[in-house]
Each structure stands twice: as structure tokens, then as C-alpha cells.
Design a protein around this ligand. Structure first.
Ligand code: GLU
Length: 438
């Protein structure tokens, strides 16, 4: 079917069911071949959303010169048509996985009126955008939040942990959590400490580009995350994202080792101090032997948490007065110090006063590689003498998440310190990857 009238063409295309394949020739003569994905009510009046063969979703502007024709050949097996919710429910078997959605770019679409990005509305919309999610089995979507991740905090980690446990109690093989990338590392670390006895993987995944944008990484990231969530060798919290600029290679990062290293690149996430736990290539999951295997279950949440924890980034102008204001009401402070774990000398007395008042003060490093060591310089020794606990090679954000958890689990400062010093989720890199030692 050809059409030379823009609005008739647009209406005809919009009336096609989601998943129908078309070949669209735009006004520049460019030919787009792909499946219809639903257009949001707020999409521009002349935009048609297509999922291309590559898995990218793209919004194509339609005008008088646009033509299209339906294609009869079946979609590629790796890109199945979205099933109806009832069909999905009937297809549930022991291989179903849960997809918890929290918002973020991965669950957002471009709002063509404002030019911004807004969250998708419901589970159906997610599956319509990401039909490849179900290419390896059934997925149950559980919307949890509808937020950009800068608005996801420690109390939300607890809610998510509870939903993870409910999913495992319900028989899921694994859990995927779609999350904004900005604080994805914090949530991954928080869940690593809160969850115990995981019988399967918990996989956090995000996207740097929304699903209706060209070159969105959401579809391929989700597909890789789903493959990892089905992997029977894994029983820990991980993050799966693009490993490079290729669309067929993804990294599996331990939840306590990972950091967003780039504001916009698709391969923004990197494991610190060494290679990731594994990769997904061509749909196959490769894992290093150091991965934590499934526990006996049932999965448990080991809370509660206490948010009277702070993360203090040292900078040369940080005076004791400024630090004092920051620490008001806190039971614990993680300091991101310089180099091996240092702060300026006039802060040391203030830190001593805090530890003597029962506040737990722990040291990490702002450096992205290596760890802290208090016994190289006099400053480190003085900080240990002032009661500072050195946390080896924990990322500051991982140490903060652990502190939130440890303060909830223990009351006495000595007990909180003992929890912080113990390895719980494979978070101390050098104890697990001696080859990462520098
Ligand atoms: N700042 C938002 C968030 O982290 C959007 C970025 C993203 O999803 O990657 O949720």
C-alpha cells in the first residue's frame, strides 16, 4: 500500500497493530524497515515509531513525500511480536523472569512536545517497546516506581529488595531491574548488601538513550540483561550494560564494583580495578569463575537500614566548620579522601571528636583505581589514631551503601565497624581478585 498524503499515511500507519512490519520511505528517500511500536499520546503529530531490524527504535517524521508499504515476511525470530498480556500469562513456565521497572531513560520515551524524556506509562508499553525481552522466555513486568534515578534513595532500595524477594518466592528464575543510570551503581550496591541467599541473579540495567531514539541502547541492554537473569550459575546482584560501542557485546559487572564513568556513552559503566565478572556476546553469557553462585534460598532481605549516614567528598577548601555542618545528626560518615585516604591535617581533630562521640568514620579514596592504605604517610596513621576505619578498595558509593545497611543492622559503633570491615557481597576487590593488586 502506498500513500502520498501525509495525514492519511500517518493515520494508516498508526492504525497498524504493534509489531506489523513496514518499509517506510521518507522525504529524503531514506528507506526504514522495521516493526511498528506504539506512539505515545504526546508524540509529535507526524512521528511514527519503528523498531528497526538492528533492534534500535527510531521516531521517523512523516510528511507529504512519505510512502510506506506493509511487508508480509515474518519478523526475525530474535524480534518476536509482542504478546498480549493473557498470552504471556499462559506461557509462564519455570523459565519466567521478573522485570521490575523503576523509571529512568530505559523506561522513558521522548516527549515530542517538550523535547524532554518522560517515563512510559505501564507494563504493556514497556513490552511493546521491547519485544525482544521475551525472545528467550516469559517476562512478568512489575512496575515499582516511575522515577528518574536521582530520586531513588536508600528507602527505595529496601522496597526493591522486597520486590526481588517476592519475585523469587513466586518462582522466578531471575530478576531484571530497569533503572536510571545516574544512581544505578548506588542501588546495585545497596541491593548487594540488603539481599541474602539469592537463588538466582538480580540484574540491574539501564539505557543512555530512550527507546524511541535512534541508537537507543535500551533494547539490546535489556535483552542481554534477560539472558543473564536466566543464567543458573549466578546468585548475586550484577549490572549489565554495553561493553563497548558494538551492539553485540555487554559487560556483567558486580553490583559493588561498578561505576558510571561517562555521562552519555552507551558503554558508560565500568568495573573498577579490573575486568568485569563476565560478558554477553552473541546472546551467550560468559562468566569468570569468581562469580557467586546461587544460594539455597529462600531469598531474604536483611534490613533494616539507617539513613543517618553521609558521604563526604574531601576537597582542599573543606574546613572543620564546613565538615561540622555536614555531619549534623549523622551516625556514620564515609569520607572520600585523596590518594591513599587522606584529608587535610586540621580536619583530624574534628574527626577524632566525631569518633569519640560514637560516630563511625570510614575512609575510601577518590581515586578510581587502587585502594586506601593508612600506613604509608603520617596523615594516614594520624587518621587511624583518630578512630578512622580504612575500607581498603571499596568505592565511596559502595561504602556509603554498606554504611546505610550496617547502621541499620547494628547499634554499637564497634559492631557497625565490624560489619563494615567484613566482606559480605564480594565487595573487597583485592581479597577476591589478587591479580587486581597494583
Ligand atoms: N537522570 C536520569 C536517571 O538516572 C536519566 C538518565 C538515565 O536513565 O540514564 O534516571
Amino acid at each position: 500500500m502506498d500513500s502520498s498524503n501525509a495525514s492519511a499515511s500517518l493515520t494508516a500507519m498508526r492504525n497498524l497493530p504493534a509489531g506489523r512490519r513496514i518499509e517506510l520511505t521518507d522525504s529524503t528517500g531514506h528507506v526504514w524497515t522495521g516493526s511498528i511500536v506504539p506512539s505515545h499520546a504526546l508524540s509529535g503529530p507526524r512521528i511514527v515509531s519503528l523498531k528497526l531490524e538492528s533492534g534500535y527504535n527510531v521516531g521517523v517524521a512523516v510528511d507529504e513525500a512519505t510512502t510506506f508499504r506493509e511487508i508480509d515476511d515474518p519478523p526475525s525470530p530474535r524480534r518476536p511480536e509482542p504478546r498480549s498480556p493473557s498470552a504471556r500469562a499462559m506461557a509462564v513456565d519455570d523459565a519466567w523472569i521478573a522485570l521490575l521497572t523503576t523509571g529512568g531513560t530505559i523506561a522513558s520515551r521522548v516527549d515530542y512536545e517538550t523535547g524532554g524524556v518522560r517515563p512510559v506509562q505501564d507494563a504493556r508499553e514497556i513490552l511493546a517497546f521491547y519485544p525482544e525481552l521475551e525472545s528467550s522466555g516469559s517476562v512478568r513486568v512489575v512496575p515499582v516506581f516511575d522515577r528518574l534515578s536521582e530520586n531513588v534513595g536508600p528507602a527505595d532500595w529496601l522496597v526493591l529488595a522486597q520486590r526481588v524477594v517476592e519475585a523469587f518466592d513466586g518462582g522466578t528464575r531471575g530478576v531484571v531491574i530497569a533503572h536510571g543510570t545516574d544512581t544505578l551503581g548506588f542501588t546495585a550496591a545497596g541491593l548487594s548488601f540488603l539481599l541474602a541467599d539469592l537463588p538466582g541473579p538480580v540484574v540491574l540495567v539501564g539505557a543512555q538513550r530512550s527507546p524511541d531514539r535512534p541508537s537507543s541502547d535500551g533494547p539490546s541492554n535489556l535483552e542481554a540483561a534477560a539472558a543473564v537473569a536466566r543464567d543458573r550459575r549466578l546468585g548475586e546482584v550484577v549490572v549489565v550494560m554495553h561493553a563497548g560501542l558494538s551492539d553485540d557485546r555487554f559487560a556483567v559487572h558486580r553490583g559493588t564494583w561498578v561505576r558510571k564513568m561517562h555521562a552519555s556513552r552507551r558503554d558508560a559503566f565500568e568495573s573498577r580495578n579490573g575486568p568485569p565478572l563476565g560478558t554477553v556476546e552473541g546472546g551467550t553469557v560468559h562468566l569468570l569463575p569468581i562469580v557467586r553462585g546461587p544460594g539455597p534460598g529462600p531469598a531474604r532481605v536483611e534490613g533494616p537500614i539507617d539513613e543517618r549516614a553521609g558521604l563526604l567528598w574531601f576537597y582542599p577548601g573543606l574546613t572543620p566548620e564546613r565538615a561540622r555542618g555536614f555531619s549534623e545528626g549523622l551516625r556514620g560518615i564515609v569520607v572520600a579522601g585523596t590518594g591513599l585516604g587522606h584529608v587535610r591535617s586540621d580536619l583530624i581533630d574534628w574527626i577524632r571528636s566525631r569518633t569519640q562521640a560514637g560516630v563511625v568514620v570510614a575512609m575510601t579514596t577518590q581515586c578510581l583505581e587502587g585502594g586506601t592504605d593508612p600506613f604509608v604517610y603520617a596523615t594516614g596513621r594520624a587518621l587511624v589514631d583518630a578512630g578512622v576505619l580504612y575500607l581498603d578498595d571499596l568505592l565511596p558509593e559502595t561504602a556509603y551503601a554498606k554504611l546505610v545497611w550496617a547502621l541499620g543492622r547494628a547499634t554499637a559503633p564497634a559492631d557497625v565497624r565490624a560489619l563494615l570491615a567484613q566482606d559480605r557481597a564480594g565487595e573487597f576487590l583485592r581479597r577476591h581478585r589478587p591479580e587486581a593488586e597494583v
